[in-house]
Design a protein around this ligand. Structure first.
Ligand SMILES: Cc1cc2nc3c(=O)[nH]c(=O)nc-3n(C[C@H](O)[C@H](O)[C@H](O)COP(=O)(O)OP(=O)(O)OC[C@H]3O[C@@H](n4cnc5c(N)ncnc54)[C@H](O)[C@@H]3O)c2cc1C
Length: 396
């Protein structure tokens, strides 16, 4: 997170959401990024080059005071679908049902939009980077990465975005918030697709997965993680080793371990505060594992509705709020929102303070156990996963 303290721009790693916008909007190249061992980046500000224009501060998604009052009021009235591409191969090989890739590709092919800013696959860590797509460079389904759970500085190539009439932007809530400022004036209309996100992971999460799979991620970070794509919920693949996602991912994902620091100060998992038109997530808890996959699609606006209902290759099964409620996990997002003041270091009630401290303690304890012990049988990790979440117990 970047803030102006009256004399200089100051950086706070513990609040940084790792979106990469600050480096790209700086008109004097005073900002550089230093990659740390855990795959995240530290932001370095060169005071001599900095002209204190505060563009980086204005774009930084982490320093905005979020208001979560009434956040869940609309949820009973939104439109919900289980969505997937009608081509089983695409559906099978995507993160969930391939809805996001289908929207990007079909919108460009049919010229419903003249630009899309999302990710493209790359060969080196973090295996994805921001890309501006137009009808001149329409991606294939394989060009666009599946969900990358470790942090990606997705906004780093935002300067590639050219003036458009209609522009689609895809990103997690923090990335969308950053783009909202940086892309002002770039398009007559922007359609925002939010990738639902409760937290981005550091590389330690993948290192841990590698360990329980009996393999290692080399120090120079040459590895290829794949968390999805072989059916749903799919498999985790690190190098040549594989484990079913449902077994391998329980500790690193369910327990909020190895989370990017700034994720603690974001409670907008659905991206509604970031003005999302559509949110895409997994229908966990309401679908049994199957060999294909579905995306749980939440449509917030008419603009979002108009876009997806014209896509022929997209199958959309309408669902009621009651049918999808379990998968939305609203209680969990609510708990996250409650803890934001604690992690921001603001005044908060005793209960929030206790819950925040319990979360920190439990997280530190679990990390030290799983990191210090050698590789244990899977049953050991499954038992660890059954330990109750202390944060949840306090916040109920
Ligand atoms: C960090 C992260 C955390 C998530 N956490 C949850 C969760 O807790 N619960 C849940 O239900 N769903 C979560 N998801 C969303 C889920 O994994 C799927 O992305 C979603 O269901 C859409 O599936 P799809 O098949 O329609 O996407 P696809 O058609 O496969 O398209 C994936 C799209 O996501 C974009 N993308 C991938 N990784 C990133 C990234 N790191 N930053 C920005 N854009 C990215 C790609 O560029 C592509 O446009 C998370 C996703 C991410 C990236």
């Amino acid at each position: 997170m970047l803030k102006f303290d009256g004399t200089r721009i100051k950086y706070d790693y513990s609040h940084c959401q790792q979106c990469g916008i600050c480096e790209v909007v700086c008109p004097k190249q005073a900002i550089s990024l230093k990659r740390l061992n855990d795959g995240t980046h530290e932001v370095l500000v060169d005071d001599n080059k900095c002209i204190r224009c505060k563009r980086c501060v204005a774009c930084c998604p982490a320093n905005k005071d979020e208001d979560y009052k009434g956040y869940f009021e609309e949820y009973t009235r939104k439109k919900y679908y289980l969505g997937y591409n009608s081509d089983n191969r695409i559906r099978h090989d995507s993160s969930s049902g391939g809805v996001c890739k289908t929207i990007i590709i079909e919108s460009l092919r049919n010229e419903w939009v003249d630009g899309v800013y999302s990710l493209k696959r790359t060969e080196t860590f973090p295996y994805a980077e921001g890309e501006f797509y137009t009808k001149e460079n329409i991606p294939t389904y394989d060009d666009i990465p599946n969900s990358v759970y470790h942090s990606v500085m997705a906004c780093q190539n935002i300067s590639r975005v050219q003036k458009c009439k209609r522009l689609i932007v895809v990103g997690t809530s923090c990335q969308l918030r950053a783009m909202n400022v940086a892309l002002k004036g770039k398009a007559e209309e922007i359609i925002r697709i939010c990738i639902f996100c409760k937290q981005q992971k550091t590389l330690e999460s993948t290192r841990f997965l590698a360990k329980i799979m009996g393999t290692k991620i080399l120090e120079n970070l040459k590895f290829s993680p794949r968390y999805r794509g072989e059916g749903w919920p799919g498999i985790v693949r690190v190098n040549e080793s594989e484990l079913p996602y449902s077994r391998a991912a329980q500790i690193p994902f369910g327990r909020r371990l190895w989370t990017v620091g700034g994720c603690n100060v974001c409670g907008d998992s659905f991206g509604t505060n970031a003005l999302a038109d559509i949110t895409l997530m997994d229908p966990w808890k309401i679908r049994k594992p199957n060999n294909l996959g579905e995306t749980l699609v939440i449509v917030h606006t008419d603009k979002g509705m108009q876009l997806i209902e014209q896509i022929q290759s997209l199958k959309l099964e309408p669902k009621s709020f009651d049918e999808v409620k379990l998968a939305l996990d609203l209680k969990d997002v609510w708990r996250k929102q409650q803890l934001v003041p604690f992690f921001r270091g603001e005044n908060c009630s005793d209960k929030i303070m206790r819950a925040g401290k319990a979360e920190q303690r439990q997280r530190a304890m679990l990390i030290s156990i799983v990191e210090s012990l050698p590789r244990m049988p899977i049953i050991f990790y499954r038992i660890l996963c059954k330990l109750p979440d202390l944060r949840n117990k306090i916040l109920k």
